[in-house]
Design a protein. Structure first.
Ligand code: NAD
Ligand code: WQD
Length: 343
């Protein structure tokens, strides 16, 4: 079976993608500098799957390390997940984001060019849409982009770089996947999200309140123009997302993909859930109350973000299967079994 390179494959989304690729029969090489992950995720994936992935510790900004990888392995396609993803840090340290996300991706694409590796899937984010008006929800891929923070800008830049390289590279085909809000964990509870330090996002924060590591959930704003006043997002189960990557690779390596094109595809459920919906679903999953209080709005938050995922269904034959209850149950199983993550 074809061999797939997953950069950032030891991370939250990457570890689930790697597992799903292995279980679909692909061989996988993981390249990750472990700056935001643990090799334990890859070890566990190896035990849970049909065949262990090859793990290479390295940095996407290191062209020589990438040359050695591509010389040692006949890679059919790259899924490029490696990068930095904390919105707040990208505002205070934009240079890190331009270095790792933009310069790192360019280094990777140059190595692919040197070694004749012509198929790439890029992990982009719905954050590239910026602050669209609530009337544009759910958003399809035609909604104009307009990222409002350095993180989002780097994601859009890399989309554009990959699109331009693909447009002229003989035999090149790529896909940009824009994820909405990935949450949950593999249903075994063996792998999941393991944020270093203070969790920025809603699910990991609630998970830590549920284990007693944090005292109380702050609900950022209950005066939004939504039915219960709290902001709405399109949460997507990480295993649905992982399956979407297998479909993307099947598509790129199959007969339908068109040379020199880089389609952009939203990966979301198409359904929104409010912060209060999420809080209630977590309490149901845990079977106990989770302390919460209303706090002021968080700067930069929009009222509603929701995907129109029709294109993913039509182009890739993919749609999300798991609901909010399953996202919370699986996330909780992982967190309860691993209260300190992989540490
Ligand atoms: P993560 O931090 O868990 O995974 C990223 C991985 O990349 C980590 O294992 C990290 O060690 C590795 N990495 C970072 N810099 C590297 C470098 N210079 N060289 C090699 N490896 C490096 O994050 P995640 O949530 O799994 O996100 C994966 C991708 O999906 C990222 O590109 C992110 O921007 C994108 N994305 C994430 C979300 C989300 O909410 N989690 C949403 C949309 C898009
Ligand atoms: C969801 C909702 C918060 C924490 C982020 C990135 C985005 C993408 C996905 C990478 C919001 C509320 C949160 C808390 C709360 N990542 N909240 N209390 O902001 O939609 O998207 O992750 O590409 O780029 O910005 O996700 O989980 O942080 O917040 O009330 O303690 O939960 O205000 O309404 P967000 P989130």
């Amino acid at each position: 079976m074809p061999k797939i390179l997953a950069t950032g494959g030891a991370g939250f989304i990457g570890s689930h993608v790697v597992l799903e690729l292995l279980n679909s029969g692909y061989e996988v090489v993981v390249f990750d500098n472990l700056s935001n992950s643990s090799v334990k995720s890859i070890e566990r994936v190896g035990r849970m799957s049909n065949g262990a992935p090859v793990f290479i510790e390295g940095d996407i900004r290191d062209g020589a390390a990438l040359d050695a990888l591509f010389e040692a392995h006949d890679i059919a396609a790259v899924i490029h997940l490696a990068g930095l993803k904390a919105v707040g840090e990208s505002v205070s340290h934009p240079e890190r984001y331009y270095d790792v996300n933009v310069a790192g991706s360019t280094c990777l694409f140059n190595a692919m060019l040197r070694h004749g590796v012509k198929h790439g899937v890029f992990s982009s984010s719905a954050t590239v849409y910026g602050e669209p008006a609530p009337e544009t929800m759910p958003m399809d891929e035609h909604v104009p982009t307009g990222p409002v923070n350095p993180y989002g800008k780097t994601k859009l830049m890399v989309e554009q770089i990959l699109t331009d390289i693909t447009s002229v590279g003989p035999g090149w085909r790529s896909l940009v996947l824009r994820y909405f809000n990935p949450v949950g964990a593999h249903t075994s509870g063996q792998i999941g999200e393991d944020p270093l330090g203070f969790p920025d996002n809603l699910f990991p924060f609630i998970a830590q309140v549920a284990t007693g590591r944090r005292k109380i959930l702050n609900i950022f704003g209950d005066d939004y123009d939504t039915p219960d006043g709290t902001a709405i997002r399109d949460y997507i189960h990480v295993m649905d997302l992982a399956r979407g990557h297998v479909k993307a690779i099947d598509y790129l390596l199959g007969s339908k993909a068109v040379d020199n094109e880089t389609p952009v595809v939203n990966l979301g459920t198409g359904h929104g859930a409010s912060v209060k919906d999420v809080h209630a679903a977590w309490e149901a999953a845990c079977g106990f109350k989770i302390a919460a209080q209303v706090a002021p709005r968080r700067a930069g938050d929009v009222t509603i973000y929701c995907a129109d995922a029709t294109k993913a269904k039509e182009m890739l034959g993919w749609e999300a299967e798991f609901d909010l209850a399953k996202m919370c149950e699986d996330h909780w199983r992982w967190q309860a079994a691993n209260p300190e993550g992989y540490r």
